[in-house]
Write a protein that binds this ligand. Sequence first.
Ligand code: ZN
Length: 130
Amino acid sequence: MDYKEMLDYVYTKVKKGESKDRINIIKPNIFFHGNKTIISNFEQFCNSIRRDKKQVAKFLYKELATSGSVEGGKLTLQTRSPITEDKIRKYMKNFVYCSECGKPDTVLQREDRFFVLKCEACGARKSVKL
Ligand SMILES: [Zn+2]
């Protein structure tokens, strides 16, 4: 299934009101290369949590106090950081998982000056700061 098909699939499910176990989160594949940290399936991972890869990358640059680049679906961080996975977990805890029901079936939307994390499973809304 390619990304477009996946979107169609998700959309069909949403229309039918079937929200159970719709999201299949891909585990990020993190490894070191010299003084760099690489996430080889970064784009796939971001697609699986339905977040903008640029936004996730920006979060990681800030949290790890580094810079980097996304190219060919791969994220390269200009630092060798063993806490990269912890930071990804932090992102998911703050910006993916619903704080009410714990499900990852959420969307992040911009509303005025804030971002709102909306849960499609239980309907909870939480404003978050990016
Ligand atoms: Zn929820």
